[in-house]
Design a binder for this molecule. Structure first.
Ligand code: 5GP
Length: 194
C-alpha cells in the first residue's frame, strides 16, 4: 500500500442492509470492461447455507478475528452488529491490485467512509439509497435470511446509516433496479477512466 503505479482504484458500495447494494455490486462484477474484483471481507458472523467460505467471506471465529485486529491485519474493521465483526484484510486489496484489477467493496457505511478517508484520491464511495425504510423492511423479510429480531436490528440501524449519505462521493437511488444498475455502471466507468 505505498504510492506506486501497481495500485488500482477502490470502488466502495455502502448502504443499509437490504438496499440492494449486493445486487448492484454483482452486476458490476459481471461487466468485464470495468476490470473489477470483489474484496472478500472477513467476518465472525455465522455462515448462511448458500454462502461459500473464501468466496462470499472469509469466515473466522471471533477469537481469530480479534487476533487479526491485534496484528493490524485489517485496513478497516467494524463490529457491525453485536458480536458480529466484519473487516477488510490488507492482504485482500494487495492481492487484487497485484492482478492489475480495481477493487470493489460491499461494506457498511463506517467501513466505506474509512476507506475513502485513507485513500481519498483512489476511492469512489457510492451510497445506495433505498426508496424508504418501509421498503427496506419488506426486502429484508422477503430475503428470508434473517430472524425477525435480526431484521428489526438491521432496520433500527438503517436510519442512522441513511444520515451518512451526504458524506459519500455520490448516491444511487435504488427505487428501480434497472435504472440503478445503469447509473452505477456509468458512475464507476467514468471514475475508472478518469
Ligand atoms: P451481511 O451480514 O448481510 O453479509 O452484512 C452485514 C453488513 O456488514 C453489510 O452492511 C455489509 O456490507 C457489511 N460488511 C461486509 N463486509 C464488511 C467489511 O469488510 N467491513 C465493514 N465495515 N462492513 C462490512
Amino acid at each position: 500500500m505505498n504510492d506506486n503505479k501497481q495500485e488500482g482504484k477502490l470502488i466502495v458500495f455502502s448502504a443499509p442492509s437490504g438496499s440492494g447494494k449486493t445486487t448492484i455490486v454483482k452486476h458490476l462484477l459481471s461487466l468485464k470492461d470495468l476490470n473489477l474484483e470483489f474484496s472478500i471481507s472477513a467476518t465472525s458472523r455465522e455462515k448462511r447455507d448458500t454462502e461459500v467460505d473464501g468466496k462470499d467471506y472469509y469466515f473466522l471465529s471471533a477469537k481469530e478475528f480479534k487476533t487479526k485486529i491485534k496484528n493490524e491485519a485489517f485496513l478497516e474493521w467494524e463490529e457491525v452488529y453485536r458480536d458480529n465483526f466484519y473487516g477488510t484484510l490488507k492482504t485482500e486489496v494487495e492481492r487484487i491490485w497485484a492482478k492489475g484489477k480495481h477493487v470493489i467493496f460491499d461494506i457498511d457505511v463506517s467501513g466505506g467512509l474509512r476507506i475513502k478517508r485513507k485513500f481519498p484520491e483512489q476511492t469512489l464511495a457510492v451510497f445506495v439509497k433505498p426508496p424508504s425504510i418501509d421498503a427496506l423492511k419488506i426486502r429484508l423479510k422477503k430475503r428470508k435470511t434473517e430472524s425477525k429480531d435480526k431484521i428489526n436490528m438491521r432496520v433500527a440501524k438503517a436510519s442512522a446509516e441513511l444520515a451518512t449519505a451526504p458524506q459519500f462521493d455520490t448516491i444511487v437511488l435504488n427505487d428501480n433496479l434497472e435504472k440503478a444498475l445503469d447509473e452505477a455502471h456509468k458512475k464507476v466507468s467514468d471514475f475508472i477512466n478518469s
